[in-house]
Write a protein that binds this ligand. Sequence first.
Ligand SMILES: C[S@@+](CC[C@H](N)C(=O)[O-])C[C@H]1O[C@@H](n2cnc3c(N)ncnc32)[C@H](O)[C@@H]1O
Length: 208
Amino acid sequence: MSETPAGGPAHWDAAYAQGAETRSWFQAEAAPSLRLIEAAGADPAAPLLDAGGGASKLVDALLAQGFADITVADLSPAAMAISRKRLGAAAAKVTWIEADLARWTPPRRYALWHDRAAFHFLTDDAAQEGYLAALRAGTLPGAAVIIAAFAPDGPERCSGLPVRRWSPQDLAARIGPPFALEHAEAEIHRTPAGGEQRFAWTLLRRQG
Ligand SMILES: C[S@@+](CC[C@H](N)C(=O)[O-])C[C@H]1O[C@@H](n2cnc3c(N)ncnc32)[C@H](O)[C@@H]1O
């Protein structure tokens, strides 16, 4: 049996052990996320979740902007350990949760749910359903939901794993009520190795 089953925590811990800043998804600044979080009108005092946040520097920027109730949830303890170490004392202001988003019962409801490049690893219906159950259980009425996934003309794999590519329209249809598509945009992410990855960003609003 493999020591790093496809897509499990050990797979991701091993990926991050190779160097967070050389992974294809690394961003020195989480610029599209920050722009959409602002566009969503997020209240810095309200609870915000970075679902599959890994070692992203989004949390650093949000803390600097005064966001006071941030949770990062990820399958990989190693990824979150990288962020905690980077943040130092400020890491204590953040709630860190080790979780498989496809089987997660959120402990509370968030006003903003952000996911850059986690949902697209859920390629089968049951895993997507599990994630969507968590999304429904874990968001407040009026919540903003920001999901970035590889676009239909984006890569077919990431970190050695297959992904499901989404257009914003298909993603909004998959997520369904009570979430409605509010805004969509395309992004070309430049990887540390100089490659290009086409992302689709989708902002949805929970209608009650
Ligand atoms: C491509 S990385 C993106 C990380 C981060 N969002 C960023 O933008 O840097 C995907 C992340 O999703 C996490 N992940 C993958 N499948 C997951 C699952 N089922 N539940 C929770 N996290 C998952 C991985 O551990 C990894 O940190």
